[in-house]
Design a protein around this ligand. Structure first.
Ligand SMILES: *Cc1c(COP(=O)(O)O)cnc(C)c1O
Length: 378
């Protein structure tokens, strides 16, 4: 029996850098530095992280926040989304994408996905735009950017801002530009299992717009513009100094991890295609993926999952229910929902299955997964 992890968060700590230090040693030193200076809220590591992340993504402004969910909420608040507004998004995502819209009293309007990339199909968006539409949130699902070239063109025509939910795509590129720099605002998550994962919750907002950046920064800090003077209604959405320190350490190995993810993703696809698995991940021309998830489609998903489980190979389904089917979101429906049926998203939700994926997945483990999937399909 194999014992393989779906995402191995421990292996990376043993990674050695050029100077022979292990990542664990760098993390320990970074944590110790915070314990020594004691500035647990908005300590110097937060500003250092924001600077590093903005440079990495290639934008002017980064605001580090408490989670990927807060990043979305804060971006929506900064763009003035509120009661009665509509926000166009995908039904095929994690709950946070639509939950934050609903929290503000706005309504998520779902349009269908491209069945190959699982991302919003730009050609389905325009018909869903109404006078109440306030923003568009494409999700860069599984690690591949949505089609921002097409989506931004539509958004510009209607004067709408675009928020990229880049929680799964941090480090990916489109036409040489990094995810989170591809639209008005980009948001990401540092949840431990995300491509750039911390050791706890964290997230960030990115933009080139100074005014939106200022708003997002204040909103993430109780709308405070100077001490005990509050100009906006905000949230307590700051990232912890300790988490920023851990992320700074993890940035040291991030480029190498992205390269490993891409290599493993490509190898998986080559081997699975050889074994007759038809729907491996499809990369749009000009895109790279960081394979936050390596996701295939199968008939009889439950039986394939059980078969792999018997071999000790964990799998997961991202996501078995569409956001439009979630009980909590039923009260948040727009009158225009009827024109936005999403059959391709529905079909994907019934067929997708994610395989073990992390930068330290050995070739031996990859081969075990491939042969178990192959055996399950034949
Ligand atoms: C993980 C995730 C989020 C939420 O991020 P948290 O840091 O867990 O709050 C939002 N959107 C998508 C697509 C995600 O995968």
């Amino acid at each position: 029996m194999i014992t393989m992890q779906f995402i191995d968060l421990k292996a990376q700590q043993q990674q050695r850098l050029a100077d022979e230090q292990s990542l664990r040693e760098i993390v320990d030193a970074r944590i110790a530095a915070v314990l020594d200076h004691g500035k647990y809220i908005l300590g110097p590591e937060v500003a250092e992280l924001e600077k590093r992340l903005a440079a990495y993504v290639g934008v002017e402004h980064c605001i580090a926040v408490a989670s990927g969910t807060d990043a979305l909420l804060i971006a929506l608040m900064a763009l003035g989304v509120g009661a009665g507004d509509e926000v166009i998004t995908t039904p095929f995502s994690y709950i946070a994408t639509a939950e934050t819209i609903a929290l503000l009293g706005a309504v998520p309007v779902y349009t269908d996905i491209d069945s190959r990339t699982y991302n919003l199909d730009p050609s389905k968006i325009e018909v869903a735009i109404t006078p109440r539409t306030k923003a568009i949130i494409p999700v860069s699902l599984y690690g591949q950017p949505a089609d921002f070239f097409a989506i931004n063109t539509i958004a510009e025509r209607h004067g709408l801002p675009v928020i990229e939910d880049g929680a799964q795509s941090f480090g990916a590129q489109q036409r040489g530009q990094r995810s989170c720099s591809l639209s008005t605002v980009g948001t990401t998550s540092f949840f431990p299992s995300k491509p750039l994962g911390g050791y706890g919750d964290g997230g960030a907002c990115f933009t080139n717009d100074a005014e939106i950046a200022g708003l997002m920064r204040r909103i993430s800090r109780h709308g405070q513009s100077r001490r005990y003077f509050h100009t906006e209604v905000g949230v307590n959405g700051r990232i912890d100094t300790l988490q920023a320190a851990i992320l700074l350490a993890k940035l040291e190995v991030f480029d190498g991890e992205v390269a490993c993810r891409q290599q493993i993703g490509e190898r998986y696809s080559k081997c699975l295609q050889k074994a007759g698995v038809i729907t491996t991940p499809y990369l749009e021309l000009g895109n790279t993926s960081v394979y936050a998830q390596y996701t295939i489609q199968v008939d009889n998903r439950t039986s394939v999952q059980e078969h792999l489980k018997a071999y000790g190979i964990p799998t997961a389904v991202h996501y078995p229910l569409l956001l439009s089917q979630q009980p909590a979101l039923q009260p948040f429906k727009s009158s225009s929902t009827s024109i936005c049926s999403t059959p391709l998203a529905k079909s994907a939700s019934e067929r997708v299955m994610s395989l073990p994926m992390h930068p330290y997945l050995s070739e031996r483990d990859q081969d075990q997964v491939v042969s178990a999937v192959t055996a399950a399909l034949h």
